[in-house]
Design a protein around this ligand. Structure first.
Ligand SMILES: C[S@@+](CC[C@H](N)C(=O)[O-])C[C@H]1O[C@@H](n2cnc3c(N)ncnc32)[C@H](O)[C@@H]1O
Length: 319
């Protein structure tokens, strides 16, 4: 059942223009040109907005390639749902191209939030993360010792957490926390290592968020940012359950993703909605999952749901 009776109609393939969008992207011959158009549009817009997409792609790829072996757990078998076509990449997140373009794509996403303001990519990224942290802050106790960023990708969310929590610890004269980033893509983790020039992060772990094999009751804070819209519902349930196992009693989970109540998302132009839906295979499952019920079933309490910007919401809750 949908949590919000008014989640974006374009994501619902059973009614309205969501139905014809689904039919359109169901036509195999159209999919490839749609993906191509989506990519071109994203890259052109990003470069116009000060994100050196292609230049950065080769820099990151060259610097990260030698770090791939140490980033990979050869025994890890990625779940079948993860190997779907994502974001216009044939092999989804499991490729160099996705990893070497993730930083640029994340900055482009941050810039899209405030289209009418003249922000640099860094200003937009900081504003996005600061707003998330502000929602979580009132739930945190002291000290924060162990932090896990599930679905850390190339480490943008992880490093933002580190900067925030290190400052917070310094202000309180407490020991800085230990941060760990976890992701299913070894290529993303290799890029994360390159980007973590100041070694703010203690460990980059190649694992599935739903089967981390980490000990129970270990973490004070777990972050799950912009991951669930990439997951089928069964995987979201499993990840949230694993987060509950990994958190200490009283620990905090922060989940950030697209806001089903966002009027910007509801009113996306049909062409953009079609491109988005064609590159996000699980977006419909994401919007139709009752996230509050899912969290409470996993054992979370005191849910605080806050729109952190015009497109996204934070759900912060306690174990
Ligand atoms: C959009 S990125 C998240 C980016 C990052 N958290 C941020 O806020 O900038 C989603 C990431 O989740 C990872 N991911 C998807 N499913 C996963 C799973 N089951 N376990 C671990 N990582 C997963 C993908 O590899 C990808 O790097």
């Amino acid at each position: 059942m949908s949590e919000s009776a008014t989640a974006p109609q374009w994501a619902d393939s059973s009614r309205g223009h969501g139905r014809w969008i689904e039919r359109l992207i169901g036509i195999g011959l159209l999919r490839r040109p749609l993906f191509f158009q989506a990519r071109q549009l994203i890259i052109r817009t990003a470069e116009r907005n000060g994100i050196p997409w292609r230049k950065r792609r080769s820099e990151l790829r060259d610097a990260a390639a030698p770090l791939l072996t140490e980033s990979r757990d050869d025994g890890l078998v990625p779940p079948a749902y993860y190997q779907a076509r994502f974001h216009a990449y044939e092999k989804g997140n499991l490729c160099w191209q996705a990893a070497a373009e993730a930083e640029q794509a994340t900055d482009a996403m941050a810039l899209r939030i405030w289209p009418n303001e003249q922000l640099s990519p860094l200003q937009a990224q900081n504003r996005l993360r600061d707003a998330i942290h502000a929602v979580v802050e009132p739930l945190l106790g002291d000290p924060i010792e162990e932090v896990l960023d599930l679905g850390c990708s190339v480490g943008i969310s992880t490093q933002a957490l580190a900067r925030w929590l290190n400052d917070r610890a310094d202000q309180r004269r407490l020991k800085r926390p230990r941060l760990m980033g976890l992701d299913l893509s070894a290529e993303m983790l290799a890029v994360a290592r390159v980007r973590d020039r100041n070694s703010l992060i203690s460990e980059w772990l190649h694992a599935a968020a739903e089967h981390s094999a980490l000990p129970s009751d270990q973490f004070d804070l777990i972050s799950l940012q912009f991951v669930c819209h990439e997951l089928p519902q069964h995987a979201t349930r499993a990840v949230v359950k694993e987060a509950a196992r990994l958190l200490k009693p009283g620990g905090v989970l922060v989940m950030v993703d697209q806001d089903p109540d966002s009027s910007v998302l509801k009113n996306l132009p049909a062409a953009i909605a079609t491109l988005l839906k064609s590159t996000e295979p699980y977006i419909e499952e994401y919007f139709s999952l009752d996230m509050s019920a899912t969290l409470m079933q996993a054992g979370f309490r005191d849910l605080r749901i806050t729109a952190c910007d015009p497109r996204h919401r934070v759900i912060a809750c306690l174990r």
